[in-house]
Design a binder for this molecule. Sequence first.
Ligand code: AVJ
Length: 326
Amino acid sequence: MTPPEGGLAEAAPGGGARERFRADTLEGLGLAPKRLAPKYFYDRAGSLLFDEICDLPEYYVTRAETSIIQSRAQEIVSSWGRRVRVVEPGAGSFTKTRLLLEALGPERCVEYVPVDISSEHLAHAASQLRADYPWLKVTPATADFSVEMPIPAAGDGVSTVLYFPGSTIGNFDPEEASLLLARFRRAAGPSGTVVVGIDLKKDPAVLHAAYNDAQGVTAAFNRNLLTRMNRELGADFEVDAFAHYAFYEPVRGRIEMHLVSSKRQEVTVSGRRFRFAEGESIRTECSYKYDLPAAERLARSAGLHLLDAWLDEARRFAVLELRPVL
Ligand code: AVJ
């Protein structure tokens, strides 16, 4: 673990993480058009806002996925093997994970490995899980899974299940998503399974509403990235001078989220100045939606084949079980 840079450990990520945030931000703001990586939404405030998003009436995503896991957990884990290690990149709130760990039970589940960029978030999550499941061996790993998956091979007779819920895969462009799935395939090993949640294509009005909620929580989540840059990178964004703008683009099949400058302005980030024209945007997130054939093609491109797919009743979301093509 990297020691915090000073002051409040809870507000300060490790020095390495901070410098990556700085480098990525300076690079992204230097591009035309400007963009930032959605993984940086999730500081403490951002994670809390995301939890609020998951409870919004318009944001069906989490409820749809949870309903699938709730009703099909036994079926989903049935093919995972006799002794299982569950690896989860991007430790979230664990609601779905808990259902799966419980379905596996102490007999079959030998280890749980949450992987996250934030070691504090991980430590907190791990201690909660250990308290609730005393039988569970929890081995957190600090890593940016979009860059590397430094997971040791499983022991003899143990199969690895790489669990990637939440349609986080949607944040990656198709080429990146393919590389990511291939990285997951390697981490799971030849006898492993990759289980991934994907948001499905649907009525654009439904998609639009999910990212433009009436209470403005998604807008606050988007703008929080500006607040985070102000605090952690010594930036001077005027948060109210950027509008939340999100829309569904049906050709690429993706939601795009932007922060649009409401005026001509200059902003300093880490001592570097960036100019914004009136109406200029920073793209902060893409969220790709798939149909099953496209998801299957994506899996194939990563050396995986589709073993099974579970959908919620309204066919809004799919949980895919993937195996290496041998
Ligand atoms: C966590 C990436 C699945 O794309 O729906 C929610 C993030 N952004 N509202 C998504 C998000 C705006 C979310 N993922």
